[in-house]
Design a protein around this ligand. Structure first.
Ligand SMILES: Cc1cc2nc3c(=O)[nH]c(=O)nc-3n(C[C@H](O)[C@H](O)[C@H](O)COP(=O)(O)OP(=O)(O)OC[C@H]3O[C@@H](n4cnc5c(N)ncnc54)[C@H](O)[C@@H]3O)c2cc1C
Length: 420
């Protein structure tokens, strides 16, 4: 196997496979290689539905071989480091691989160790996460008998920022349908100050929260979990003039402790673990101060190394980390690499920060948040063809899109290099 490739891609996830497929669709004689250690490729967006018992986990998994574009060389190994001066990626077993152009797309990793007690608690008993084991989430929800159902998320960037609240809405709907609402407190606690940053979506979601009687707790950053005591500890992260006051008579049983942190008992807990770029990326000279791949927000070209591009969850882009965002990032990377190959230094294609979040708000209901870097609501005009006039409002057709159409488009179009 050659140890040099014209375009080398790290990661065969959503971003890596789409990039390779689109490059080869443009020019099937191109020498494209993907470093990817895993035998499996997952459609992660459906994990929210798996966690709510309405999608089969097996349908979210395919073999890596089945999505690897024909014409791409699969280097089945881990990337372990970079030698950017010599255009080389180091691997665990296959030595150094050199490149003319590099696309870095190894996604992100879960970092549960950033919350005390979480590594021991995660995916055991009543502590669950759609990010790590959505089938366990469904078991926890199914077996819940009432009490505090707490849903939360960390202070780090996470993939699909809406996922921690989607499962709260689905669980609240499930509890209502199973006559558990009267003996249940559903809590959604977030370090953020608002439920969602896009105004029309926020308005709809606040109505959803009121409909389910969800206790919305902004400025709550989870810092510790005691699985034995079934207690979660939050630091209140609002500005000083907006300090936390906990009414001791609250039905949740939450208290301010002597450290000034909030203690909240739980009978089930769902959370998104803290997340970070993979260690070999964080250890490299390719990251910004926060440890994410340092790329130009529009061209997706690395800010120092002009033949290196970055996209997907690993990239330091001020927008939501989603597959939907990658759908708009890939054509930009493909176009800009193609231009460089033709010795045109000027980057033409520009990513405007598009991302989207399909916020399922109950079984059979969904709101579709689509937005750009400025937080403008930017609904796809094609939704009108689906008879959806206003995607900031709940609609059954949007649920249909999420459960059936998007998985179909993912496996049959996006993975095949079609620009949908
Ligand atoms: C619960 C949940 C719900 C979500 N919901 C949605 C949604 O509704 N809509 C949406 O658009 N997005 C959603 N997402 C987010 C979406 O799935 C991700 O943003 C997307 O998969 C990221 O693609 P990626 O290619 O950057 O990373 P991934 O798809 O995670 O792929 C990374 C790949 O890199 C490989 N890799 C890792 N380390 C190395 C290494 N050292 N060397 C080589 N390869 C390596 C991995 O094996 C993996 O195959 C959701 C995610 C989750 C977890």
């Amino acid at each position: 196997m050659s140890t040099h490739h014209n375009v080398l891609i790290i990661g065969g996830g959503t971003a890596g496979i789409m990039t390779a497929a689109q490059l080869l669709k443009k020019d099937n004689s191109m020498d494209v290689a993907i470093i990817e250690p895993s035998d499996k490729h997952f459609y992660q967006p459906a994990w929210t539905l798996v966690g709510a018992g309405t999608y089969d986990m097996k349908k979210t998994e395919r073999t890596m071989a089945s999505v690897m574009p024909s014409g791409a060389t699969w280097i089945k190994d881990y990337a372990t480091g970079f030698d950017t001066e010599n255009n080389v990626v180091k691997t665990q077993n296959k030595g150094n691989i050199s490149y003319d152009y590099l696309a870095v797309a190894p996604g992100l990793v879960m970092a549960p160790e950033m919350i005390e007690g979480l590594p021991e608690a995660l995916d055991k008993g009543v502590v669950c996460s759609n990010y790590t084991d959505p089938e366990h989430t469904w078991n926890v929800i199914k077996n819940f008998k009432g009490g505090n159902a707490v849903f939360t998320q960390p202070t780090t960037p996470i993939k699909c920022g809406g996922a921690p609240q989607k499962i709260a809405y689905l669980a609240a709907d499930y509890f209502r349908k199973n006559n558990l609402s009267s003996k249940t407190n559903v809590v959604f606690a977030t370090p953020g100050s608002v439920i969602f940053g896009v105004k029309p979506i926020k308005e709809t979601l606040m109505k959803v929260i009121n409909r389910y009687n969800i206790e919305f707790k902004p400025h709550y950053a989870p810092i510790r979990i005691d699985a034995d005591k079934k207690m979660i500890y939050f630091k209140y992260v609002a500005s000083d003039e907006n300090q936390c006051v906990v009414n001791e008579d609250n039905s949740l049983g939450e208290k301010l402790n002597i450290n000034g942190n909030i203690e909240m008992p739980f009978d089930m807990l769902h959370l998104a673990p803290p997340q970070a770029a993979p260690q070999f990326v964080r250890d490299s000279n390719l990251v910004n101060d926060a440890g994410w791949l340092d790329v130009n927000h529009n061209t997706l070209q690395h800010n120092i190394f002009s033949n290196v591009f970055g996209l997907g969850d690993v990239a330091a882009l001020p927008t939501a980390k989603t597959g939907a965002a990658i759908r708009k990032q890939v054509p930009v990377v493909v176009e800009n690499i193609t231009r460089l190959q033709k010795h045109k230094d000027e980057m033409d294609a520009s990513y405007k920060g598009y991302s989207s979040c399909p916020l399922v708000t109950g079984y059979g209901k969904m709101v579709l948040a689509e937005f750009d870097y400025s937080g403008n609501f930017t609904p796809d005009p094609k939704l009108k063809q689906m008879l959806i006039k206003d995607s900031s409002k709940e609609h059954w057709r949007l649920w249909f899109l999420k459960k059936f159409m998007l998985p179909y488009l993912y496996w049959n179009k996006m993975m095949k290099g079609e620009n949908v």
